[in-house]
Structures are given as structure tokens and as C-alpha cells.
Design a protein around this ligand. Structure first.
Ligand SMILES: [Zn+2]
Length: 190
């Protein structure tokens, strides 16, 4: 199946959000008008003190971000503990990316609040994919698979996306849910 949409979610914190988002929103409008894809503006709240996440998420929304991602507690970066918990409790947040060894009670909160947990093909960030897939299966939290593309060669053709999903331990049916149905459901919600 061809891709129907792509989201651009630049890294933001309080230092750059006001300059990045209005420009990104404008660029996405222009791109969407000239491509067969919907180009969705978003923001990845990155290295933000956990207690500041809800306010920054609201700020991002008011500046036109349609997808709000929180940069989660990956195994390979010093992300402040508590980031995952605040993200899954915040109903402005759509996706918690690379949540590392997220405990089951937080995955349950993600399910209750409709926050998707991310599987990723990005080096380093992908180290906990197997754990995230397992906890999601046990709790019913929903997953998305993200290329986290920072340059064109990072983008995932469908066959590669399927391999990454199955490499995380998903069955073919679960991978279908994560690669096709969940993204369509998220786009519809936006
Ligand atoms: Zn990230």
C-alpha cells in the first residue's frame, strides 16, 4: 500500500518552539498542496523537564502542531526520569517515542489515554523495541512503527517496516495492525 501521509515533527523545547512551528505549519501546507501525500506538521518535545511537558504540549497545539510526540526515556540518552510517565498521563500527547523499558503500569496509562507507544528503526533507540512490543501486548497499549527519519535513506519501504515490526517480536497480524490500521486510525483522529 502506498503511504497516505507523512508527519514532520521537529525537536522542540521552550527555546525554539515559537520560531519553528509556524514555519513548519506553513511548509506542510505548501507541500500538501503539491504532493499526493498529506504532510502533517508536528513537534517532538525533546529534553523538556517532565513537569513542563503538559504546558509545552498545549503551546505546540496552539501553534498548529497536529501530532505531539514526546521524546521518551530511550536506553541511549540521558532523558530525565519521569518523562515517560508525564507523557502517558497527558491527553495532549499523541505518541511517546522510544520509551525504553517502560513499565506495564505506564503502558496501561498510555492505553487509557490513547497515547501510542513507538517502535523505531532508529539505531540505539530501537534497542528496547522487543520490550515495548511485549508490554504493549500484555497491556493493550497501541503501537506505531516510526522511521524517525532524519535523512532520506532513513525512510522505510513497506517490506523493511514489516521486518522491523517482526524483529520486535510481533506476529504478522500484529504487524499489520501496527503498520496499517493504527496509523490510519491516528490520521483520522487528527
Ligand atoms: Zn526522539
Amino acid at each position: 500500500m502506498d503511504h497516505q501521509a507523512i508527519a514532520i515533527t521537529d525537536h522542540v523545547d521552550w527555546s525554539n518552539i515559537d520560531s519553528i512551528l509556524p514555519r513548519l505549519v506553513r511548509a506542510c501546507e505548501k507541500l500538501s498542496g503539491n504532493m499526493s501525500l498529506q504532510v502533517i506538521p508536528g513537534a517532538e518535545l525533546t529534553h523538556v523537564p517532565p513537569q513542563a511537558i503538559p504546558e509545552l504540549a498545549r503551546r505546540a497545539r496552539s501553534l498548529g502542531a497536529r501530532i505531539i510526540v514526546v521524546h521518551g526515556e530511550t536506553l541511549v540518552e540521558p532523558v530525565q526520569p519521569g518523562t515517560n510517565r508525564v507523557a502517558v498521563e497527558c491527553n495532549e500527547v499523541d505518541i511517546l517515542s522510544h520509551p525504553g523499558l517502560i513499565p506495564a503500569d505506564q503502558a496501561e496509562l498510555a492505553r487509557e489515554n490513547g497515547v501510542y507507544l513507538e517502535l523505531t528503526s532508529r539505531k540505539g533507540h530501537c534497542l528496547s523495541n522487543g520490550w515495548v512490543a511485549k508490554v504493549a501486548r500484555e497491556t493493550g497499549a497501541k503501537l506505531l512503527l516510526n522511521s524517525d527519519a532524519h535523512s532520506p535513506e532513513d525512510l522505510l519501504p513497506p517490506a523493511k517496516a514489516l521486518s522491523v515490526a517482526m524483529g520486535a517480536g510481533l506476529t504478522k497480524e500484529e504487524a499489520e495492525q501496527v503498520l496499517v490500521r493504527n496509523p490510519l486510525e491516528l490520521i483520522k483522529k487528527l
